[in-house]
Write a protein that binds this ligand. Sequence first.
Ligand SMILES: C=C(O[C@@H]1C=C(C(=O)O)C=C[C@H]1O)C(=O)O
Length: 422
Amino acid sequence: MAAVTTPDAVTAVVTTTPLVEIPTLLDLLPGAGAVSWVRRGEGLVGWGEAARLEVTGPRALAEAAEWWATLSAGLDVDDRAEVPGSGPVVFASIAFDPAVGTSVFVVPQVVVGRRDGAAWVTTTGDVDPADVLATAPAPIPSPVGRLRYADGALDPASWCTTVATAVARIDAGELAKVVLARDLLVTADAPLDARALLARLAARFPDCWTFAVDGLLGATPELLLRRTGRELSSRVLAGTAPRGAGADDERLAADLLASAKDRAEHALAVESLVRALEPYCTTLTAPEEPGLLTLANVRHLATDVTGVQRRTGARGRAGLLELVGAVHPTAAVCGTPTGAAAALIGELEGMDRGRYAGPVGWIDARGDGEFGLALRCAELSDRDPASARLFAGCGIVAGSDPAAELAETQAKFAAVQAALES
Ligand SMILES: C=C(O[C@@H]1C=C(C(=O)O)C=C[C@H]1O)C(=O)O
């Protein structure tokens, strides 16, 4: 099932022009329709809509890949930057379960990119590149006032009960790991502004990718898959500890690195990615030992996996969306074995994940691109501009303690809460 808007796409002119003055990407965004993929000031932002695809069903990603291949092949492209992310670009926010949920693909009218210190602007359709940066975006409205929170599908006590149920099912031998999430509803006195949220997230989480696609905004520390030419890379996270003060923080870090439970939980996530990616690679390397990724609110066990893609058939190399479909959902957001974990999530969570914990990112016409997992995020409401839904989840394995897992979701929610509140 697909809903497509492709105004004049086949005849659209796409122009990429290098910029002499290097802009601050997030400062360029207008109030509505922002898309973003920015880390440490580099990446892509965009706005306006030249084309859009909403797709659901067992072939959702294949349909999206065909749509993008046809659309991008029909464009009249003048790319004077020729780097990953220049020329035509589509932003994507894929459902956690693309067979059931709606995945959204947006080709912005304007994309501004920064990579290795160089910058460019790409326009699609009837937009004058000279006008784009000359027009200052509307000012960000004043603070949103008081925020009110309400439980989503499950209140904290009920969610703890579901964690205990999951641990019992793991102890009974049904599965090894399941990632259980919960949602939190937030309402403000005034409309929530995507730009304010993105700017605060980017400032507080420089190691994360600050993303926005179709109202889903966040700062994710987890890179599902990047493809640059034949090179593939991924940052797998699983195993989390809170931050502490001073010596306490150092002790918490050392404990996380030494925790057999967290190491086992992490190993399952790495293994799921490596297994899924191996058939597509000539080489694939993951360090034996995880490292630590320290964020403002939590600390994770982290493994950076790198590989080189091989030809996998008569059609040559698999496209990035095919690779994303092959690796998602990893055990970082679903569990082990995948089928049993997905079924248990459906049985216990009591909510629709939508695009939370799904792949989010961008692809260009060469097939280069980056996808993170949509974590530490808020989904702004379509109906009420002053409300949003936040999500946080945790990997549950043998020995998981419901109260500690609840605290972990609270620490994860705090990333977006702080950005909304400040
Ligand atoms: C599911 C989330 O995070 C995932 C779960 C983690 C864990 O359980 O330790 C760590 C990082 C992510 O892979 C989330 O933030 O909502």
